[in-house]
Design a protein around this ligand. Sequence first.
Ligand code: RFL
Ligand code: PHB
Length: 394
Amino acid sequence: MIRTQVGIVGAGPAGLMLSHLLAQHGIESVVLEARAREYVEKRLRAGVLEYDTVNLLTETGVGERLAREGLVHRGLELRYGGQGHRIALDELTGGRTITVYGQQEVVKDLIAARLAAGGTIEFEVSDVDVHDIDTDAPRLTYRTGAGTAEEIRCDVIAGCDGSHGVCRDAIPAGVLTAYEKVYPFAWLGVLAQAPPSSEELIYTFHERGFALHSMRSPSVTRLYLQVPPEEDLGAWSDDRIWSELSTRMSTSDGEWKLAEGPILERGITGLRSFVSEPMRYGRLFLAGDATHIVPATGAKGLNLAVADVRVLARGLAEFYASGSTARLDSYSATCLRRVWRVQHFSWWMTSMLHRAYDGDEFGERLRLSQLDYVTSSRAAAVTLAENYVGLPFD
Ligand code: RFL
Ligand code: PHB
């Protein structure tokens, strides 16, 4: 039997960042992770860090490699009708920027920091089960990688186990309300050994569908194509992927060329908006993808997970320092206010930039009008920019 203050399920950005922030307040935690360390350190996902996410990582001592290797972006491009339009993120937001730095790099940095500080992360656990969350002595049971049955006794459990986790299901039926929207399309994403063809991200709306140009380093590009939801990855040869990207991203002046290279990884991901409320039941607190999902168009999932655990860590710090549960009691309401803002932004970006495949020409005209507005009105551009770089935490 292991005794700790906070039992954390999941070593994604939410669980690791929570453990890291708690350690800054002298609060002990144990992180349980189903996958192997190598797996979570290689899992290819998000790439965009909001301004305040970067600040938080930096202020808490895990921003060293990020400062060296992260790519600071002061703008992004919206491309449609064969023309690019730059949104000057920094100018529109009083100097705020985003940083392109792979999620797995954040995960690697956080794991290294936790282990160096003597923290405990148990990888390759199975059969995690959550008990007694409606008492003040909750427990976690699980099997270690070697197969031994273990138990953790703690004061609080943090369910940071992502969209396929077990924590949310431990809450009794009838307590939670779920809100969901599934989009009639998916993203085919590739990672390519090719230099970025532009210094900034390019979000493209084209009659054949959305395309996104992003990157990971000066020699690695990350590219996405909108595809039907049930698309077969096997139907996409390398040539077809490059040709479709070039077609969708081409400019009317014929000047723009997409640099090609060997495709290192590829995959198809559905787009989904989901919120489960409230984010707490008894001594179980849910954070990150375990309780909400955003479509990737707004680049918000990781950032929202970090924002949640920042609120939770503060609540727990107050609880251990003074015994007050005031911040913990408002955890769900505080987080949900940001969650719904980010849900709206992500839905809005998604709706503006994707073909609906439904033959609705009225909707198509609305999308073009919205793009025209965002790229010609300062007020509209500010709305996009301030949400994209991230609204301030407080
Ligand atoms: P994670 O990262 O899914 O971590 C959950 C962890 O819990 C483990 N786990 C369990 N462990 C023990 N027992 C169990 N029963 C368990 N069940 C699960 C899992 O193995 C995992 O390690 O959730 P977290 O920490 O909430 O973080 C959320 C983010 O990962 C996610 O929101 C982002 O990746 C979303 N996202 C993006 N977010 C951004 O902020 N900016 C982006 O540019 C961005 N792009 C993306 C994205 C997600 C994508 N995919 C693949 C979904 C692009 C893509 C393609
Ligand atoms: C990425 O670089 O993977 C990325 C960038 C922006 C998004 C989504 C994903 O909106």
